[in-house]
Design a protein around this ligand. Structure first.
Ligand code: OGA
Ligand code: NI
Length: 416
C-alpha cells in the first residue's frame, strides 16, 4: 500500500491547506458514497431487493444476493448479510489471514531453466517434489508476455466494473454454457454464500467458443483468447515435464500428450473478490480441490489464496506476473496418488478487492481417467489406488453434492 505519511510539514499554511483539501475530499467522497447508496437503495426497492421486517430493519432478499457481491459491495454495506456468515469452525480465523508466519513461498519452478537441457533434470526434481508434497508451485520465467498476463487481469477488472445489467446478460443456470456469469461457489446449492463473483469461459475449441464470449469490454475476446492460448501452451509444457518426472516412458507419454494435443478440456474462471465488510466471517471460495490435471492461477498483487499443508492453512505470497499451478484430481488419479490434489480456499479482506483468473486444463470430457499402467505394480507394492472416472461421473457428483472438500476424489478412491 502507498504510505499516506508524508514528511513533517513545517509550513503551517501548507499543512492547513493540505488538511482543508483532505477535508474537502473526504466530504466529497462521503457525499458521493451517500448518493451512490441512496441510488442503490432506490434501485433495490424498485427491483424488490429489500424487504422491511417488523422491526423496520431492511433485509436483503434472495434475488438481490444473486446479483452478486460486487453489487453488495458497491451498495456500501457495513455488515455482512447473514447468508454469507460461515459456521464458526469454517471461518478463516483472524490469525490465518493476518499472521505473517502462515505466509508461504511456494516452491518455484523456473521454466527458463526447465528449457535449458543442462538444468532440466534439477528443475524436474523441484517440480516432482512440489507435486508430491504441496500439490502447488509457482511458475516464473515462463515467457508469457507481461502485456498478456497484465492485460488479462486488467480486462477482468474492467468486466466486473461494467453495469450489473451488462454482466447479468451472461447469467445462466446451465453449468455447461460456454459463458456463464454468477456468484458464490455453487450458487444453486450453497447454504452459505461465498464472497465471490465469477465469469466462466469455456476455452476449447478456442476459435469456436470465442464468438460467444462477452462483447464488453470491447477488447475482452482478443485479450482473453491470447491469454487462453498462452495458458494452454504452458499447460502442455508442464504436462510433458510432469510425465517425465513421474518416469512415464516416452512412448506412452506421447500417447497422453498426443491425446491432449488433439483435444483437451480447458475452462477459465475469472474471479472477483470485492472488499468485504467482515472478512473474518466468510470466504471467497470454500475449501475444495480442482477437477482436472493442472490448474493455472493468475492473481493480482493481493494475497488471498490459501493452501492446506501439514494440517495448516498457508497463505500464498503472490509473485507478480507468475502463475500458481496446482495438481488437480485427474493428475492425482493418473499418478496413482503420487502427486497430490490439495485442498485450497480463498480468504477475502476489508480493504483491497482481488482479481484472479483460474485456468483448468484436462483431458477431453468424455475421456475415462485412471491410474497410468506404469505406476501400478501390485507385486512391487504399488496397488491401484483409484477407480476410473469420467466427466459424466463428476457432473453427477456435482448434482448430488455441494462440491466442497475432497469428497469427489474420495469417492474415486479404492479402499486398500
Ligand atoms: C479456483 C481457485 C483460487 C483463487 O478457481 O478453483 O481455487 O485465488 N481459485 O481465486
Ligand atoms: Ni481451486
Amino acid at each position: 500500500m502507498m504510505s499516506l505519511v508524508a514528511a513533517p510539514m513545517a509550513i503551517v499554511d501548507l499543512a492547513s491547506t493540505a488538511q482543508l483539501q483532505q477535508q474537502a475530499a473526504a466530504a466529497a467522497a462521503a457525499a458521493a458514497a451517500a448518493a451512490r447508496k441512496q441510488a442503490m437503495a432506490a434501485d433495490q426497492q424498485a427491483a424488490g431487493d429489500t424487504t422491511t421486517t417488523m422491526g423496520g430493519e431492511q433485509e436483503l432478499s434472495c434475488s438481490c444476493l444473486m446479483k452478486g457481491v460486487r453489487h453488495l459491495s458497491d451498495s456500501g454495506i457495513t455488515r455482512l448479510p447473514d447468508r454469507y456468515v460461515l459456521p464458526a469452525p469454517d471461518r478463516p480465523g483472524a490469525a490465518i489471514v493476518s499472521s505473517g508466519s502462515s505466509r508461504v513461498k511456494l516452491p518455484v519452478v523456473d521454466l527458463a531453466s526447465l528449457r535449458d537441457p543442462s538444468q532440466r533434470a534439477a528443475v524436474l526434481q523441484t517440480l516432482d517434489a512440489a507435486c508430491r508434497d504441496y500439490g502447488f508451485f509457482q511458475v516464473v520465467n515462463h515467457g508469457v508476455q507481461r502485456d498478456v498476463t497484465g492485460g488479462m487481469l486488467d480486462v477482468a477488472r474492467r468486466f466486473f466494473e461494467l453495469p450489473l445489467a451488462e454482466r447479468a446478460r451472461y447469467m445462466s443456470p446451465d453449468v455447461r454454457a460456454t459463458v456463464r456469469y454468477g456468484t458464490s461457489f455453487n450458487q444453486a446449492k450453497d447454504a452459505v454464500l461465498c464472497w465471490r463473483d465469477f465469469l466462466k469461459l469455456v476455452c476449447q475449441p478456442l476459435r469456436e467458443v470465442v464468438p460467444s464470449w462477452p462483447q464488453q469490454p470491447a477488447d475482452l475476446r482478443d485479450v482473453a483468447s491470447r491469454y487462453a492460448a498462452a495458458s494452454h501452451g504452458l499447460f502442455m509444457e508442464l504436462m510433458e515435464a510432469a510425465l517425465e518426472a513421474l518416469g512415464i516412458v516416452p512412448s506412452t507419454a506421447g500417447g497422453v500428450l498426443g491425446e491432449l494435443a488433439a483435444g483437451s478440456s480447458h475452462m477459465m474462471t475469472v474471479n472477483c473478490y470485492p472488499a468485504c465488510p467482515q472478512p473474518e466471517l466468510t470466504l471467497g471460495m470454500p475449501a475444495h480441490s480442482d477437477y482436472g490435471l493442472f490448474t493455472f492461477v493468475l492473481q493480482d498483487h493481493v494475497a488471498g489464496l490459501q493452501v492446506m499443508h501439514g494440517g495448516r492453512w498457508l497463505t500464498v505470497d503472490p509473485i507478480p506476473g507468475s502463475f500458481v499451478v496446482n495438481v488437480g484430481d485427474h493428475l492425482e488419479i493418473y499418478s496413482n496418488g503420487v502427486y497430490k490434489s490439495v485442498l485450497h480456499r480463498v480468504g477475502v479482506n476489508s480493504t483491497r478487492p482481488r482479481i484472479s483468473v483460474a485456468s483448468f486444463h484436462s483431458l477431453p470430457a468424455e475421456r475415462v481417467v485412471g491410474p497410468a499402467p506404469e505406476l501400478v505394480d501390485e507385486e512391487a507394492g504399488k496397488p491401484r489406488r483409484y477407480m476410473d472416472t469420467d466427466f459424466a461421473t463428476f457432473l453427477a457428483y456435482l448434482a448430488s453434492a455441494d462440491g466442497k472438500d475432497k469428497t469427489f476424489l474420495q469417492s474415486r478412491m479404492l479402499l486398500l
